[in-house]
Structure formats: structure tokens, C-alpha cells
Design a protein around this ligand. Structure first.
Ligand code: C2E
Ligand code: CA
Ligand code: CA
Length: 702
């Protein structure tokens, strides 16, 4: 992407350097007729100055000149040019072999003999420009690759199975901090592997050698002062025919795993009280269920606790002390609940607990006792605050058999208690959760006919380029308008479409409709890139390629205006075939974006392998960007890699100017979010573009 911009930049001139004014005029006359911009210098020193200033596409340069001769000037320009490979052509005397020799030795790319053969001149110049471009592209992509490797802390290894010798790429020292000689043999290598990991490493290596022919392992290694976590992947060299060789890559994932652990922690804990959140609680309940011995009559209790009229306390105390009150409550709960049990903050003023007991009565007694401890005063700001609660309880195996249902039942029981002004209710088989269940059935039935009844429609959410401040794209988002239930959000029905097997049909309609819309915008002269979400299930369909092709060709849209959004998890299911499919799609000119990036797997190495054009950073990272440093670190790492690989990086869910400032400072190129606009009808997109002023720009311009 970057290289293209550089190459096609025709505003860059050619530089002609000769002390003879007549030669310069002739050269300018011939070359400017070919459409080139020309600048001139009369000696070497001037040439170097102009070179520095204009970075010409090519230099034609005489040998003999006053002030500074051509050789010196050539050498200096080559130095300034560094890795760019700009063609420097010297004008030498026809039989002056020495001069020709010297020209090459100071970095010239070619020579043209004087007197100049004018008919050949333009050919030579064109040829030099083309080969200059080629070598520049090669060099750029190599540079990009090495810096991508450096950023990813990635390097390569080779293992000769015949003598167990190991060979490492030059980056070994930079990545691991050890020299190649010191681990030139498998035994040396195992010696620096952490003793707890050594046996596993050996087993996996033996396995790779004897049967599997491939290896994938993460090992702790002590090289230098501090332990590192290193990931190795590799394969036996079959393609080249060399069976006696394993080769592959390794990557220092210490920092990555560290941030992952941190992100995991943040994603599973409440920021204020540091208690587990609902997600973690669900996981903990799920892990506990199989351990309950129901035959003995053991039970698991899930209790939902809601503070009555918490907002009153919050107003009376002020927000800071209100937060303190919640923190104290959390501390008290934590002390009341043993280690093997769980407690979580499930909402602003809502908490949940889980514990096991040997029968139902004991469980309920214990829950009552927890509540009575919570009713004791909290001493805050010289005052005693007394809280009251409503709560609900669900029991396993009595009421439900999975974590999610248990928690929902407990929550429903609490809601029911609240509506009946009671302190505590235990779930019964007909608390509202059952109506939830029947509701789902009705929704499922309605979904079967929604498509033919034309109840689906697409809305579009605008995307802005931070570098230009222009709206450059829009993501299509599916909506369902039910005649009596009204508008239903995708989070409620897309999972159902998937489980009912209806997603491919509806997904196809989305593809066709979004392509038609993109085409309509093209015809209005709006070159908008339209994003289309592909669901994991859709991605598994065998003829997805043809279906996409059909949508694109029948709408007549320029494929470059369509961006398919895929998620990591989707691509990870079968990476090899995913890569193939994405390659084919991209070959037809379509764009590919990796959606919801950051919340899934450790995706760095996949990122390097997947043929994509853009990364969409998940809203979860943007939301906290202004105050969670770990999120900033991740966003920065993604943009750095995006930059070196020439990808655009889109941040989702940008709601405030302040988030936008952070995002922009971290190197993100595009944003999408309520700050620019909510998902809207196509006609509103057109109106938005017509009157668009970049948010924040109004205040600067006055
Ligand atoms: P997504 O692809 O991550 O889409 C972005 C979601 O974030 C949209 O929710 C959008 O309305 C919301 N959003 C955008 N900016 C902001 C913001 O500044 N703040 C907040 N709080 N939210 C923001 P929506 O439309 O409800 O879509 C939810 C999800 O449903 C999508 O997440 C996508 O995974 C799925 N989906 C939507 N349309 C389709 C579709 O046509 N096909 C498939 N397969 N999935 C779709
Ligand atoms: Ca999306
Ligand atoms: Ca997304």
C-alpha cells in the first residue's frame, strides 16, 4: 500500500546535473516531452542539495563538473538515498572505461555515454525507472517483513535430524539473548529449557521426529537473567524433499502472554470492587456443577442480591462514597464466602454468590446468614449506613442443570421478590424464566418466516478516516422489524439464526442487499466501502465463494468497495482452508477485515499469515482506552504491526472525542462509533456525508 503511493507519485521530478547549459536544455527538452517534471543542477554540490530536497525519481549526472565532480556527488546521493534504490545514471565518455568502472563503484545504477544517443535516451531512462521501482518494492517488502518479525519477536530455526544440530536465524540473539553457537545442538537447547518443561519438550521433539512431522510447543527458557516464554512451531521439510530436516519459527511470547493474562483478568473482574464479574461467575459455577454429588443430596446454591434503592444512598453520600460503600460490601461478602465458593458483582448494585451445601435447608440457612451479615451497618464518613436487600435463590439440581439457567433463575426470583415487596424468594419451576423459554420458541418460529415477509433490513454505520476527516465507509448491520414485537437487536436473533441453520439464507440476503446498496452509492458518485459481516456458520459453507461472487457480479458493484468482516474465531477453525478462501476472495478485488480483533486468541502469528486488508479493534479496548493502560498497550501493538504490514486499523465503538484523541495518538487510521454516527438508513448516510464536519473540528475553526 505504502509502496504504491510512493511509486505512482509522478509529481516527483527527474534531476539533470551537468555544467554545460546546452546539454541540460537538450535533456530537459527530450524528457519533458515524455511527461516528466525536470529540475536542473549545474554542479555536484547543487545536485546533492536538490536531491535532498526533492527526492527525484531518477538522476542523470555528468562526470566532470566544477565545485564537486559527478563521482563525489553520486556517492553522497547514494548515502542520502539509503535503502531507496533511486536510479543514478552517469553520463560518461564513450571509451572512458575507467570512469564507467568508477561510476559503479560509487553507487551509480547505469551509465549513458556521451555524445548522447537521443533516441535511446528515453528508453534507458524508462528502463532504469522500472527496474528502480522493482528493486524498491523488493527492498520495501523485505524491510517490512524484517520489521514485522522484529515487532513480533519472531525468528527461525532449523533442526537437522541426522546429527541433531540446530541452526538459528540471525535474530536469535535479539529474540532470546543467546548466541547461536551456545545452542548449536539439541542437548544444548534442552539445557536452557526450564527443568519443568524439559521432559515435555523432549517428548514433543521425539514425537515430531518419529511420527507427527510437526511441532508446536510453548516453553519457559532461561537464557540470560530472566525467564522467557517461547513458542516454537515447525514442520518436517517435505516440500523440498528433505525429510532429514525440521524447520520453523519461534517467537518470544512473554510479553504477549503477560498482557493476555492481564486482559483476561480485566475482562473477568469488576474494576471497582475487583470481584469476579458475571462471566467469571458463570464459568466458576460451570466448573463446580460436575463436582456436586447429587446422589448424596448435595446441592449448589446460586443467590442473587440486589441493594434496595441504592441510588438514594448514592445521592446522599455522593458518588465517591457510594463507590466506597460498594467496595466495603464487596469486602464483607468476600469474607463470608469461602475460597471454593464464589462471589461476583453482576451489575451496578447487584451481587451474586455461589456455594455448595449438603442439603437444601443448610444452603438456605447459610444464605440467610450471609444476608443478615450484610444488613449490619456500614460505617462510612462518620455515619452508619444500613442497607436493605431483595434476593433470589436457585438451586442445583432442583431448579436447573446449567450455570446460565441457574443464574437467570436466581435473578428472576429476585425480580419477582422485588415486585411482591418480599426480601427473598426461592425459584420455583414457574418463575418467569420459563416464560423466557417460551418466548424463545415464539421468536424461533417467527424467524422462519421473517425473510419471506421482508422483515429484515440493513442499517449502515459510518466510518471516518482519521487522516483526512472524510467518511470513507459504512458497515452494514442487520435489523429485524417484527410487526408486533417491534425492532429486535441482532444480539437477540443472530445466534438463533445460526442455531436454526437459517444464517446462510439470511446471510446471502445481507450480501446481496449490501452489494446493491454499495452499487447505488457508486452511482451517486460516493465511493463508499461497505462492510459486510460474515457469521462463522456462513464461513463454513462449501460454496461461499460462489455465493459472494454472485452478490458482487449481479449487483455490478466494484469489488474494491466491499469489505468482508470475518472474526478470528471463524478463521481459526480451519486456518489452512480459511487462508485459501480469503486469498481467492482477495484475488477478485474484495477487501477483508478482521473483526472484533483483540478479544480472541493470541493472534499475532495468524495475523502474519492471513491475507487481510484491515483490522477492526474491538470496542472493548476502545471503551477503556482513556484509563486502562493495558488496553493502550494492545492497541499500540496492533497498530504498529498494522503499519508495517500496510493494513488499515479501524477502532470500533468510539463514543467520545477523548477516546478519539487517544486512538489517533496510538496510530489508528480509521474510526467507527457513535461519535461519528449510530447505525442509520442509507439516505441518512448520504445526508451525513453532505453536511459532514469532523467531530471536534467546529471548536477549532472558530
Ligand atoms: P459488530 O460487527 O462488532 O458490530 C458493531 C456493533 O457495535 C453494532 O451493534 C453497533 O451498533 C455497535 N456500536 C457501534 N458503535 C458503537 C458505539 O460507539 N458504542 C456502542 N455502545 N456500540 C456501538 P449491532 O448492530 O447491535 O450488532 C451487533 C453484532 O451483531 C455485530 O457486532 C455483528 O457481530 C452482528 N451482526 C450485525 N449484523 C450482522 C449481519 O448482517 N450478519 C452477521 N453475520 N452478523 C451481524
Ligand atoms: Ca462487524
Ligand atoms: Ca466488531
Amino acid at each position: 500500500m505504502n509502496t504504491d503511493a510512493r511509486i505512482t507519485n509522478l509529481s516527483q521530478p527527474l534531476l539533470i546535473v551537468d555544467d554545460d547549459r546546452a546539454t541540460r536544455m537538450l535533456l530537459r527538452g527530450v524528457l519533458s516531452r515524455q511527461g516528466f517534471e525536470i529540475i536542473e543542477a549545474a554542479n555536484g554540490e547543487q545536485a546533492v542539495t536538490l536531491f535532498n530536497q526533492y527526492r527525484p525519481l531518477l538522476v542523470l549526472l555528468d562526470v566532470m563538473m566544477p565545485v564537486m565532480d559527478g563521482f563525489t556527488a553520486c556517492a553522497e546521493m547514494r548515502l542520502i538515498d539509503q535503502n531507496e534504490g533511486t536510479p543514478l545514471i552517469m553520463l560518461t565518455g564513450a571509451d572512458d572505461l575507467k570512469a564507467i568502472d568508477k561510476a559503479f563503484s560509487v553507487g551509480a545504477t547505469d551509465f549513458i555515454t556521451k555524445p548522447i544517443n537521443w533516441t535511446l535516451l528515453t528508453q534507458r531512462v524508462r528502463y532504469a525507472l522500472r527496474s528502480g521501482q522493482l528493486s524498491r518494492e523488493v527492498r520495501q517488502s523485505r524491510l517490512r517483513q524484517t520489521s514485522a518479525c522484529r515487532i513480533a519477536k519472531l525468528a527461525f530455526w532449523e533442526w537437522r535430524l541426522t546429527d541433531d544440530s540446530l541452526h538459528w536465524s540471525d535474530d536469535l540473539e535479539a529474540v532470546l539473548g543467546v548466541s547461536a553457537q551456545s545452542i548449536g545442538h539439541v542437548a544444548d537447547f534442552l539445557a536452557v529449557v526450564h527443568s519443568d518443561d524439559r521432559a515435555r519438550a523432549q517428548r514433543l521433539m521425539n514425537l515430531a521426529r518419529q511420527s507427527t512431522g510437526s511441532i508446536e510447543m510453548e516453553l519457559r527458557m532461561h537464557t540470560g537473567q530472566q525467564d522467557r516464554l517461547v513458542r516454537f512451531v515447525g514442520e518436517r521439510g517435505v516440500q523440498g524433499g528433505d525429510h532429514a530436516l525440521m524447520f520453523g519459527a519461534f517467537q518470544d511470547v512473554t510479553a504477549l502472554r503477560h498482557t493476555e493474562a492481564l486482559v483476561d483478568y480485566l475482562a473477568l473482574h469488576d474494576e471497582l470492587t475487583d470481584l469476579p464479574n458475571r462471566r467469571l461467575l458463570l464459568r466458576q459455577i460451570g466448573e463446580m456443577l460436575p463436582k456436586i454429588n447429587t446422589e448424596n443430596g448435595d446441592v449448589l446454591l446460586v443467590g442473587w442480591i440486589d441493594i434496595s434503592r441504592f441510588h438514594r444512598h448514592n445521592e446522599a453520600l455522593g458518588e465517591a462514597l457510594g463507590d466506597l460503600l460498594l467496595t466495603r460490601l464487596a469486602q464483607r461478602l468476600r469474607r463470608l464466602i469461602f475460597d471454593t465458593d464464589a462471589v461476583a458483582r453482576t451489575g451496578g448494585d447487584e451481587f451474586a454468590v455461589m456455594f455448595r451445601a449438603t442439603n437444601m435447608t443448610i444452603a438456605l440457612d447459610r444464605f440467610e446468614s450471609v444476608l443478615s451479615h450484610l444488613r449490619r451497618p456500614f460505617h462510612i464518613a462518620q455515619n452508619d449506613t444500613i442497607l436493605t436487600f431483595t434476593s433470589g435463590v436457585a438451586l442445583f439440581p432442583e431448579h436447573a442443570t446449567n450455570a446460565n439457567q441457574l443464574l437467570l433463575l436466581a435473578q428472576d426470583a429476585q425480580r419477582l421478590a422485588q415486585s411482591q415487596a418480599r426480601a427473598l424468594l426461592v425459584a420455583t419451576p414457574n418463575t418467569p424464566s420459563n416464560s423466557r423459554f417460551t418466548e424463545t420458541l415464539a421468536v424461533e418460529r417467527a424467524l422462519h418466516t421473517a425473510l419471506e415477509r421482508q422483515e429484515f433490513f440493513l442499517v449502515y454505520q459510518p466510518q471516518m478516516d482519521l487522516r483526512t476527516g472524510n467518511i470513507i465507509g459504512a458497515e452494514s448491520l442487520l435489523r429485524w422489524q417484527h410487526p408486533t414485537w417491534g425492532l429486535i437487536p441482532p444480539s437477540r436473533f443472530i445466534p438463533l439464526l445460526e442455531s436454526l441453520g437459517l444464517i446462510s439464507e439470511v446471510g446471502q440476503w445481507v450480501l446481496e442487499d449490501a452489494c446493491r446498496q454499495a452499487r447505488r452509492w457508486e452511482q451517486l458518485g460516493l465511493a463508499l466501502r461497505v462492510g459486510i459481516n460474515l457469521s462463522p456458520r456462513q464461513f463454513l459453507e462449501p460454496n461461499l465463494f460462489n455465493k459472494i461472487q454472485h452478490a458482487v457480479t449481479s449487483s455490478n458493484v466494484n469489488p474494491a468497495h466491499i469489505e468482508l468482516e470475518i472474526t478470528e474465531s471463524l478463521a481459526m477453525q480451519d486456518p489452512t482452508s480459511a487462508i485459501q478462501l480469503l486469498k481467492r476472495l482477495r484475488d477478485t478485488g474484495l477487501k477483508i477485515a478482521l473483526d472484533d480483533f483483540g478479544i480472541g486468541h493470541s493472534s499475532l502469528e495468524y495475523l502474519l499469515r492471513f491475507p487481510i486488508d484491515a483490522i477492526k479493534i474491538d470496542r472493548a479496548f476502545v471503551t477503556n482506552i482513556t484509563h486502562v493502560q493495558a488496553d493502550r498497550v494492545i492497541v499500540r501493538a496492533v497498530t504498529a504491526i498494522g503499519q508495517t504490514m500496510g493494513l488499515s486499523v479501524i477502532a470500533e465503538g468510539v463514543e467520545t472525542l477523548r477516546q478519539c484523541d487517544f486512538i489517533e495518538a496510538l496510530g489508528v487510521t480509521e474510526i467507527q462509533g457513535y461519535l461519528i454516527g449510530k447505525p442509520m438508513e442509507p439516505i441518512q448516510i448520504e445526508a451525513l456525508i453532505a453536511n459532514f464536519v469532523r467531530p471536534g473540528a467546529e471548536t477549532h475553526s472558530h
